[in-house]
Design a protein. Structure first.
Length: 266
């Protein structure tokens, strides 16, 4: 009889614990609330700053901005030809993307669905194209004349400038980020426009394409290739996330599809 009562008490205790856990999980508030996306089909640059104009091989026009001793493009690359005129193949299917062994590019698949507000063409205009890592060491080059794909050291110079002139850790992501298109309210203050885009870099949440061909991250993250090789099959990349205060350095496989933000070669 005593054992039977103990079993009932033990079982009831388990039910109470389980119910408590379920109720607790159900009542947890999300880390970040959705925000209304920008309906503006154009990039919202900092109107207080002076931008210059850059053209790529296709004739696409970009804004560029001087930040310290560097001049950066204020938009992601969207060129479809190498500098010698050769086409950079557009790899739309998942199989073509993951099986590629040379340079390829694409737009964000289903961009109109992903952003809910932008057509695919507008998304390419705002967020740029996605390039696999095989374009990085291609001698034909894809950066506009006078520009280059930034190295890891180039990004370090940029980040150090922001840290020294704008603020320490906690404001770097805000200073680099644009003021529109982020789907989530940034918990570290990225959507607090006090410091957003105050140096004109205008980072937008373009997401990425994985090595298997799938897409993710539009609206809450940005990724850029660097020209710094990590291994025979990977390169360093730089990224911004909605829930991180600083720029995050990553290792990316050559099959990954990231955007490219060029810096002046001089």
């Amino acid at each position: 009889m005593l054992q039977s009562c103990f079993s009932k008490i033990y079982f009831s205790t388990i039910l109470v614990v389980v119910c408590t856990i379920l109720i607790s999980c159900k009542d947890e508030k999300p880390e970040s609330k959705p925000i209304k996306l920008s309906l503006n089909p154009y990039i919202e640059f900092n109107p207080a700053l002076s931008y210059q104009i850059v053209y790529d091989k296709d004739g696409n026009q970009y804004n560029s901005i001087k930040i310290g001793d560097q001049t950066w493009m204020a938009e992601n690359l969207r060129v479809t030809h190498y500098r010698n005129g050769d086409i950079i193949p557009e790899l739309t299917s998942d199989s073509a993307w993951k099986n590629a062994s040379s340079g390829g590019q694409c737009g964000y698949k289903g961009a109109s669905f992903a952003s809910k507000t932008h057509s695919d063409s507008v998304t390419i205009m705002k967020y740029g194209r996605y390039y696999n890592g095989y374009v990085l060491n291609d001698k034909r080059g894809i950066a506009p004349l006078g520009y280059k794909i930034p190295s890891e050291d180039d990004f370090k110079v940029l980040i150090n400038y922001v840290s020294t002139h704008i603020g320490k850790s906690g404001t770097i992501a805000k200073s680099l980020s644009g003021i529109s298109d982020w789907k989530l309210l940034i918990t570290n203050g990225l959507q607090n426009e006090t410091n957003n885009n105050n140096i004109g870099f205008t980072a937008l949440p373009s997401g990425m394409r994985y090595g298997d061909g799938t897409f993710d991250g539009m609206g809450n993250s940005a990724f850029w290739w660097t020209s710094t090789e990590k291994s025979s099959s990977s390169y360093w990349a730089e990224s911004i996330y909605y829930n991180e205060s600083d720029v995050v350095k990553l290792i990316q496989d050559l099959r990954s599809g990231l955007t490219i933000r060029c810096v002046s070669a001089y």
